[in-house]
Design a protein. Structure first.
Length: 298
């Protein structure tokens, strides 16, 4: 069984409110899995339950193919809330204390500080850190024990665009080392950029689970322009593999079979005496797909 995490019918109620309803999730090794959903949809509740800090009302989950136990928890690095660091101590000293608590060697401290880009600032006290640096130190502390799984709850919350890019790059680097990452976010763009797979939660219900690539494949288009757009459109209507032509102000947007290449389109137009002034692939956006998922479930 190559699932790192499987949840079965995981349910959490707070009084009459169902925060999470019968959630089935399966997360494979190496995935960067995004839990996507608006505020209050049950993301933190889910992470809390799989980290054994929130008790489910019903349902179960397995880590590494087994019922959770103390040993499996050690293989998971998590940031659920901003961890408490000592404000007057340096980043390095803070990590030494955490290493002691977690009973893991201090020999990885320099390495994890480099991984999150704080090595040069390791002697500065925590209170002098920016929000982005604090968040990166939190990731460093979760990496200390070199866990194969990382869980991050809204890792870019409150950060500026630069800080968001830095965290995103760190997550991508961590994923490249083969770790499995589970990340909660309400940002479509973040999930699209860093995740391989995702699920959509709304009011505690899972509406969708799939790979990001698949979700985007429906959305991919090719943009074409030439001096005479209407004759261009007429010509392209007859090209096999072109499924839909949408007229934009200065170009056409084609929805095509995935097998069709821009080279083929170019050659076809050239054969028919048209020179394209623009021919470009456009990646899809998760936003369109997300709205479609929400609409289908209304
Ligand atoms: N301790 C609690 N007591 C009562 N209700 C709670 C508690 N914790 C969460 N809830 C409720 O459960 C639902 C899910 O909350 P949760 O924090 O999991 O959402 P979330 O998706 O993480 O939201 P956000 O994006 O705002 O972090 C919400 O309606 C919330 O009000
Ligand atoms: Mg939350």
């Amino acid at each position: 069984m190559d699932y790192i995490l499987e949840t079965k019918q995981l349910t959490k109620q707070y009084g009459r409110l169902t925060a999470l309803n019968q959630l089935d999730l399966s997360i494979k090794k190496g995935m960067v899995f995004g839990l996507l959903g608006p505020n209050g949809s049950g993301k933190t509740t889910t992470l809390g339950m799989i980290l054994d800090v929130i008790k489910p009302n019903s349902g179960s989950y397995e880590w590494f193919g087994k019922a959770p136990h103390a040993d499996s928890r050690k293989k998971i690095g998590a940031i659920l809330e901003t961890p408490c660091f000592y404000p007057y101590l340096s980043a390095e000293r803070n990590l030494q204390i955490i290493a002691k608590i977690k009973e893991c060697p201090t020999s990885r401290i320099d390495h994890v500080l480099k991984e999150v880009g704080l090595f040069e600032r390791k002697n500065d006290s925590f209170k002098t850190y920016s929000l982005g640096m604090k968040q990166r130190l939190a990731i460093a502390s979760a990496l200390l024990a070199d866990p194969p799984v990382m869980i991050l709850d809204e890792p870019t919350n409150g950060l500026d665009p630069q800080g968001i890019v830095e965290i995103r790059e760190i997550i991508q680097q961590i994923a490249a080392t083969g770790k499995t990452i589970v990340l909660a976010s309400h940002l479509l763009d973040e999930v699209q950029k860093v995740c391989t797979d995702f699920c959509v939660l709304r009011k505690g219900e899972k509406l969708y689970q799939g790979s990001v690539e698949e979700a985007l494949s429906d959305q991919k288009t090719i943009e074409v322009a030439a001096s005479d757009l209407s004759s261009l459109a007429q010509l392209l209507e007859n090209l096999e593999g072109v499924k839909k032509i949408e007229k934009l102000p200065e170009s056409l947007s084609l929805t095509t079979d995935p097998s069709i290449t821009t080279e083929q389109i170019n050659a076809y137009l050239f054969e028919h005496g048209i020179t394209a002034s623009l021919l470009a692939k456009k990646g899809g956006s998760l936003e369109k797909q997300f709205l479609k998922i929400l609409n289908e479930n209304d």
